[in-house]
Design a protein around this ligand. Structure first.
Ligand code: PMP
Length: 414
């Protein structure tokens, strides 16, 4: 009998993640359950992909309705939800950008793809409209950024573990310190086509820039004829108390990049929204995606915008965010945290490395402690944990999670 030709021992998944020791089997609202039936409050919420909670009824209904009807066409033909989705985006998100209701929309799938789309659009705009010499365009990005995992986006990452070993990388990016508008201004020259930044840096640990940063970026973009691109993939769609985090500073980017929660936690869906004169450089044949703007994603995307338009989720995020901030201030005052930052219902909390002697990953130790007690979070950047519960969380659930956080911190301190 012939021997099987490809047998290996060990797990089949590539080791590019270090998941917490829990296997989730079902979820509802702000809770997930593991395979033993134990419940956890989901304070990770898919890194903000689950802003409306798990299996939100309106989103599931929209998905099921569409599943019975039509799921995929590719863009070789039209379908009945494509323009309604784009129109809805232009109406709801467009006015929050300088593109206003005249905005164009490019539907894609993942956050990284949508950022790549924005990069392609601003470069082509630079050559076709601004008159930058071919292949000379540059884009100013921020230190500490996270925009995704493609080779181009890994190349402009400030995080060595995202970048090292994956080069060579695409040229054409300059880095300025996040929050330092003067340095951004100094990095701009006549070949600069865009400034691309997260309004609040999520993966870096919910880093909130000074209040004058985004208004100043807007001025710099106007003075230098460059496109201001806000990567709102994690910060957008309600998280900060607004549809766009840029609204925190009354600033309209030229292009907003959305992802994560746009797919309602059901499908990958992303989009670039904003200035018509920039996005219309993407003429037939220049850009596309088999799945971008598929009927299922459009049905869910419209339902997501329907949930956001009345403003209740944003109001809730702002209100509970204040409460979260008060809790974290108290824990910091009591010496349990070394620091924290919040933007709406979104926080980065810093764990004192001396809390967990013998471990160089104190935030991981805290995440494991929280998991034991029924709160799902994840560490980012060694010392920091991000808190991003679904915006549908009730006040007692938030208070309960904070009690567990306090208990976990006290238990780590011993
Ligand atoms: N931009 C930002 C700001 C993000 O936080 C992320 C994901 N963490 C991305 C882009 C990439 O999104 P995706 O994982 O869907 O490619």
């Amino acid at each position: 009998m012939a021997e099987p030709r490809h047998t290996v021992d060990g797990p089949a998944l590539a080791p590019n993640y270090a998941p917490l020791p829990v296997t989730v089997s079902r979820a509802q609202g702000v809770y997930v359950w593991d395979t033993d039936g134990d419940a956890y409050l989901d304070f990770l919420a898919g890194y903000s992909a689950l802003n409306f909670g798990h299996l939100h009824q309106a989103l599931v209904s929209a998905a099921i309705g569409q599943l019975k009807h039509l799921t995929l066409t590719s863009r070789a033909v039209g379908h009945e939800l494509l323009e309604p989705f784009a129109r809805r985006m232009a109406d709801v998100v467009g006015p929050l950008t300088s593109g206003d209701r005249e905005s164009l929309v490019v539907p894609m799938n993942t956050g990284a793809e949508a950022v790549e789309t924005a990069i392609k659009a601003v470069r082509k705009w630079g050559y076709d409209v601004k008159g930058v010499p071919e292949d000379q365009a540059n884009i100013v990005v921020a230190s500490g950024n996270f925009h995704g995992r493609t080779t181009t986006l890994s190349g402009l990452s400030g995080n060595p573990s995202a970048r090292d070993g994956f080069g060579p990388f695409a040229p054409g990016f300059r880095t300025a310190p996040f929050g330092d508008a003067e340095a951004v201004g100094a990095a701009i020259d006549e070949a600069t086509v865009a400034v691309l930044m997260e309004p609040v840096q999520g993966e870096a640990g919910v880093i909130v820039p000074p209040d004058d940063f985004w208004p100043r970026l807007r001025e710099l973009a106007d003075e230098n004829d460059v496109v201001l691109v806000a990567d709102e993939v994690q910060s957008g769609l309600g998280r900060t108390g607004h549809i766009l985090a840029c609204e925190l500073w009354d600033t309209k980017p030229d292009l907003a990049v959305l992802g994560k929660a746009l797919g309602g936690g059901i499908v990958p869906a992303s989009a670039v929204v904003g200035r018509r004169d920039v996005l219309e450089v993407l003429t037939p044949g220049t850009h596309g995606s088999t799945f971008g703007g598929n009927p299922l994603a459009c049905a869910i995307g419209i339902a997501v915008l329907d949930l956001l338009e009345p403003g209740q989720y944003q109001a809730r995020a702002a209100q509970l965010g204040e409460e979260l901030r008060d809790h974290l201030r108290r824990l910091t005052d009591e010496g349990l945290l070394t620091g924290f930052r919040t933007a709406g219902l979104w926080a980065g909390i810093d764990v004192d490395p001396s809390l967990v002697p013998g471990r160089d990953d104190p935030a991981r130790a805290l995440a494991e402690e929280l998991l034991e007690r029924g709160v799902l979070t994840q560490e980012t950047q060694g010392n920091t944990i991000r808190l991003s519960p679904p915006l549908s969380i009730a006040r007692p659930e938030l208070d309960h999670a904070i009690e567990i956080l306090e208990l976990s911190l006290r238990s780590l301190r011993g």
